[in-house]
Ligand binder design. Structure first.
Ligand SMILES: O=C(O)CCC(=O)C(=O)O
Length: 297
């Protein structure tokens, strides 16, 4: 038996397109989550900004209040919809992300909520690295014009299975975060994310496979479906990569659900074959997972 992943688990990544109507987005998410669990999924993931269109101008309009927790239904319809979905489907639910407004600081965040199969909130991750890029003639995006960053790494214990880590989209580019999560014994790194037509093509698969290869863990990336009528054209291609960095399941740019069965033996076998875990040279460089890390267990 693997000490990281106690028993095999079926992961589902729900790739859906979010439109302008929040309640329609929530009810589409509900029917897809139920479809995933009727096909045996134990952990279900939704995409980044699954309840709203993606774009800085939309964040304030769609933002919901999550603190103090639990919020009322008026403060956060998405919180309650996700909690119900988890309960109804009896699965762990990583609720992609939603725009959050925190009254105390008057700040906006890009926030992911994870619920257990009883509908209880297990963890909250606010995107730590904001998506600020400028590739002339291709894409300019500045989340920091509206959003503030979160300040911690999010590790979540699922009692029957083991530990997972959740981060959001641009967070994947910061390999320290993935490495720390893996060294704190996560078996799976999950990234709801909305890459675009420029960086998606070049870096989406590469990032997923690199994080899996470096850390010898499973990686799941869950994108919105591509909508060419929307302001932002998501890359799609939600995928699951195994600890050997092989893509085990992937979809195209359209709506769909990606499934994969994750096995602890695959992690053990990979680490036995390529034993980098015991070969690190912390006498030459520091162990980044040891010093001053803010994470949640
Ligand atoms: O890193 C990228 O290229 C895309 C990131 C992104 O779309 C996001 O953080 O929402």
């Amino acid at each position: 038996m693997s000490k990281l992943l106690k028993k095999s688990v079926k992961l589902a990544l729900v790739q859906l397109a979010a439109g302008a109507d929040k309640s329609a987005n929530l009810s589409k998410a509900r029917s897809k989550v139920l479809e995933a669990t009727s096909n045996g999924a134990n952990i279900v993931v939704l995409p980044e900004c699954f309840n709203s269109p993606y774009g800085t101008k939309y964040f304030p309009k769609y933002a919901e209040t999550l603190l103090p927790s639990p919020p009322s239904k008026e403060q956060s319809p998405s919180f309650h919809a996700l909690s119900e979905m988890a309960k109804e489907s009896k699965a762990y639910l990583i609720g992609g992300s939603i725009p959050e407004y925190w009254e105390e600081t008057k700040k906006y965040y890009n926030t992911s909520l994870t619920f257990d199969p009883n509908g209880k909130l297990l963890a909250t991750h606010r995107k730590v690295h904001l998506f600020d890029i400028d590739i002339p003639g291709k894409i300019t995006f500045r989340e920091s014009e509206v959003l503030s960053p979160g300040n911690k790494i999010t590790l979540i214990d699922l009692p029957e299975y083991g530990r997972i880590a959740v981060a959001i989209c641009y967070d994947i580019r910061f390999s320290e975060l993935a490495m720390i999560a893996a060294r704190k014994d996560a078996f799976l790194l999950l990234y709801p994310g909305a890459f675009n037509m420029t960086t998606g093509k070049l870096h989406w698969e590469l990032q997923a496979r690199a994080r899996a290869m470096d850390n010898q863990v499973y990686v799941g990336l869950c994108s919105p479906a591509r909508d060419m009528e929307a302001d932002y054209h998501a890359w799609g291609h939600s995928m699951v990569v195994d600890p050997m960095a092989e893509i085990v399941a992937e979809t195209d740019e359209k709506e769909g659900i990606v499934y994969a069965e994750l096995q602890g033996e695959k992690i053990e076998e990979t680490r036995k074959g390529i034993p980098i875990y015991g070969q690190r040279r912390f006498d030459v460089y520091p162990d980044v997972s040891e010093k001053g890390v803010k994470y949640e267990e």
